[in-house]
Design a protein around this ligand. Structure first.
Ligand SMILES: Nc1ncnc2c1ncn2[C@@H]1O[C@H](COP(=O)(O)OP(=O)(O)OP(=O)(O)O)[C@@H](O)[C@H]1O
Length: 276
């Protein structure tokens, strides 16, 4: 079996100390095969962002182990295996769209060598070509905006720029923390389409945080349902719908059955949390 792209075993994280400590994550086990699109869903405070930050190496787990392609998150970051798209796009305001998306490639020239030293990635890295950023921008509908500054873009365009920037380094694992939450429904659906197209082509593993049940069903191979107090995984639901998943999917009964199943799991998790 291939090495998992992401593997968490018995992961725990507590913020604070003693009786005022908050258990953000308790005993989290999760294994994601390379190339899968996996969403995390759950009520506010169940630890979705904490889990993502731990995989990104921005926080450390207090307990358990975390591996990204069988190396630690820190090593994975140094080898640029990991890309992160935060909730707000965090573009550099003084650089154009093209400047923003090409910057990571310019400052991370040694990443390829580090990547080649990592186990089963050597083979994949050898075949890597620098993506054509102009082509990625065109695919994301940004060809007319390449010379614009972030302040001259709409929120949706800024977020698309951030997504192209993240794909530009060809991360093996792309972590996305509610990337579309600030966008209107139409822009959101269009960005979902574009993200799925890029993901399909580049075969990146995606770990995607969302509050939207329909977004999770539409995008994912599997949806991880989480519950709070303490933050934990209560279910992992495989979404066995055909791809590509376009707008027609919304009319299908199976799509809504998955939505109902996930809502049901979320409600049960809430009930058990309240009873505890
Ligand atoms: N740096 C921190 N210091 C203290 N407590 C924190 C910190 N970060 C998160 N927490 C707490 O840990 C718990 C999990 O937070 P986290 O942000 O991971 O949840 P979430 O599921 O992503 O929430 P949301 O959906 O609202 O973004 C929350 O109770 C939060 O208040």
């Amino acid at each position: 079996m291939a090495t998992p792209a992401v593997e968490l075993s018995s992961v725990g994280k507590v913020y604070g100390y003693g009786s005022s400590g908050m258990i953000a994550l308790s005993d989290v086990d999760l294994s994601i095969e390379p190339g899968r699109f996996v969403s995390l869903i759950g009520p506010s405070g169940c630890g979705k962002s904490t889990l993502l930050r731990i995989v990104a190496g921005l926080e450390t787990a207090d307990r358990g182990t975390v591996r990204v392609h069988d190396v630690s998150p820190d090593e994975a970051c140094a080898a640029k295996l990991i890309g992160l798209v935060p909730q707000s796009p965090a573009l550099l305001p003084w650089l154009s769209v093209l400047g923003n998306v090409t910057l990571p490639q310019k400052v991370n020239k040694d990443a390829g060598k580090r990547r080649e030293r990592i186990g089963d990635l050597a083979e994949r890295s050898g075949g890597r070509v620098q993506p054509d950023m102009m082509e990625l921008l065109r695919r994301a509908g940004l060809e007319d905006a390449v010379d614009k500054l972030p302040a001259q873009l709409s929120g949706g365009m800024q977020q698309r720029t951030a997504i192209v920037r993240a794909f530009g380094l060809q991360p093996d694992v792309l972590l996305m923390d509610e990337p579309f939450s600030a966008l209107d429904e139409f822009t959101r659906e269009s960005l979902q389409d574009q993200l799925l197209d890029l993901w399909d082509e580049l075969k990146t593993t995606v770990l995607f945080v969302t509050h939207s049940v329909s977004e999770a069903v539409r995008m994912s191979d599997a949806v991880v349902v989480m519950a709070p107090r303490p933050g934990r995984i209560v279910d992992v639901i495989d979404i066995e719908l055909p791809r590509p998943r376009n707008q027609r999917l919304f009319a299908e009964r199976r799509f809504h059955e998955y939505e109902d199943l996930i809502r049901d799991r979320l409600h049960s998790a809430w009930r058990s949390t309240d009873a505890a």
